[in-house]
Design a protein around this ligand. Structure first.
Ligand code: SAH
Ligand code: SF4
Ligand code: F3S
Length: 468
């Protein structure tokens, strides 16, 4: 078969799978169900929307229940815990497969890019039918077709890719907001991090592809987008016609009907004055910056290969706050990186106190095989790490609840996002700075920006009331 491009080739396999699934449906007298469970970051969630989009076209009915005809885990391996979770759930799936021998079990995503993982699955989890990685998710229909036509286990892992396949089907989780990839991969090789090994080299999407995707989303009712990349501040460097992230944002700002733009993640080393200026003058870019610190110690930042120091980081925060006074700043921090001393840790605490983060994700260092940090001999004892982690969390939480309370009593614009999962009379929304607000309302408000009076701050969120 000759195809014009990959998108057309996959459309062919989607049609082939559809035939088989439709026949099965007739045999069974019911629709076939597929469950895609996603672990990890926003990139994986975005990938899963594409996987679900493909499965929907094939004719599967989407379900969150793993008692399904096809279960696909889109995995994460950034920390050991993420890995362990998958092995645990695979044990459960093997039981389900005993009840339904036609069940297809698939694994994809970051964990599958690690050779030792695939080896272990081949050896100890033989009931897994389908294994693919991060670079070829667009091939789901083709791989599934091989399995459906009788091949026992289908394994296809690519070491890397330069290819970006556009125009795949995709099924959005929210009607009014969507993630949009602007780049894939990462070139930074922070010494603790597995992402560059499992996601490959940095590749920026062409601005016209990004803009067209956003325009299409807006025409379908999307009003908020989240631009995704491991280091959005280095967007555009590898394009044929290089362009900066700030320039891309200015183009996106022009799209009529789009109301809110967010992005993540910003690496401090590449955050430009141009970006701060564009944000300060923008009507659509949210007043929010996720700026991972990792550590406040210059010594550790160097060993982590982060390419900034404490002072530079604090200067960026200062500039951001001067230019955009009510910006919400959040961060990621790792505790217990190899060789971390009490002094290093105190430097981290010092930055946390100086910056006064609106929120912070704190992680215990996790050794990832293949990364330089995993080879370092001076790993910090567990009890020391745990003690530091608890101390850090306490400081972080105190600061963030104080920061959240700052707007109590004021009226702010809130994007209504979803019906509250605990109380169906409440709607949950977000301020521009990303703070969560719950307020009385009905489902039809979702996707609207409303004036909400913030009545009471409760730790990380508010209870509010729509203003007439
Ligand atoms: N590209 C983003 C981060 C992606 S991973 C950036 O550079 O900021 C998300 C977060 O996971 C990181 O910011 C880091 O804090 C944490 N992380 C990554 N590797 C880790 C490891 N080995 N152990 C613990 N936390 C880790
Ligand atoms: Fe990992 Fe660093 Fe790349 Fe972020 S920038 S994904 S922490 S290597
Ligand atoms: Fe995890 Fe892969 Fe994201 S390792 S954090 S899902 S890029």
């Amino acid at each position: 078969m000759n195809f014009v491009n990959e998108t057309e080739k996959q459309a062919y396999y989607i049609a082939k799978c559809k035939e088989i699934i439709s026949n099965r449906e007739k045999e069974l007298g019911r629709k076939l169900k597929a469950c895609v469970a996603t672990f990890g970051c926003q990139m994986n969630f975005k990938d899963s929307e594409k996987l679900i989009g493909i499965l929907n076209e094939i004719g599967y009915e989407e379900t969150e229940d793993e008692h399904a005809d096809l279960v696909l885990y889109n995995t994460c391996t950034v920390r050991e815990n993420a890995n362990l979770k998958i092995y645990g759930r695979l044990g459960y799936l093997s039981k389900l497969k005993k009840e339904n021998s036609n069940m297809i079990i698939g694994l994809c995503g970051c964990m599958m890019q690690e050779e030792h993982v695939v080896e272990k699955i081949k050896k100890s989890y033989k009931f897994v039918d389908l294994i693919f990685g991060t670079h070829n998710i667009f091939k789901l229909a083709e791989l599934l077709y091989e399995r459906l036509s009788g091949q026992k286990s289908v394994i296809d892992i690519w070491q890397g890719t330069t290819e970006i396949v556009e125009d795949l089907p995709s099924e959005r989780k929210y009607s009014f907001k969507s993630g949009v990839n602007i780049m894939y991969g990462c070139n930074n090789f922070c010494s603790y991090c597995i992402v560059p090994y499992v996601r490959g080299r940095e590749r920026s999407r062409k601005p016209e592809d990004i803009i067209n995707e956003i325009k299409k989303l807006v025409s379908e009712g999307v009003v908020e987008i989240m631009l995704l990349g491991q280091n959005v501040n280095s967007y555009g460097k590898t394009l044929e016609n290089p362009m900066t992230f700030a320039q891309l944002l200015q183009e996106i700002e022009k799209i009529d009907g789009l109301k809110r733009v967010r992005f993540m993640t910003s690496h401090p080393k590449d955050l430009s004055d141009e970006l701060i200026d564009v944000m300060a003058h923008s009507k659509k870019i949210c007043k929010q910056m996720h700026l991972p610190l990792q550590s406040g110690s210059d010594r550790l930042l160097k060993i982590m290969n982060r390419h900034y120091d404490k002072q530079h980081y604090l200067e960026i925060v200062d500039k951001l706050r001067k230019a955009i006074p009510d910006i919400g700043i959040s961060t990621d921090i790792i505790v217990g990186f190899p060789g971390e001393t009490e002094e290093d840790f105190n430097e981290t605490l010092d930055v946390v106190k100086k910056v006064q983060y609106d929120s912070a994700f704190t992680f215990i260092y996790s050794k990832r095989s293949g990364t330089p940090a995993a080879e370092m001999e001076n790993q910090v004892p567990q009890d020391v790490v745990k003690d530091r982690f608890d101390r850090l969390l306490k400081v972080v939480n105190e600061i963030s609840s104080k920061k959240t309370a700052k707007y109590e009593g004021t009226t702010q614009l809130v994007m209504a996002e979803e019906v509250n999962s605990h109380d169906p009379e409440l709607i949950t929304g977000r301020l521009s700075n990303n703070t969560v607000v719950h307020f009385k309302g009905t489902k039809d408000l979702i996707g609207q920006e409303l004036k909400v009076k913030l009545l009471k701050a409760k730790g990380f969120y508010y209870f509010g009331e729509i203003e007439a």
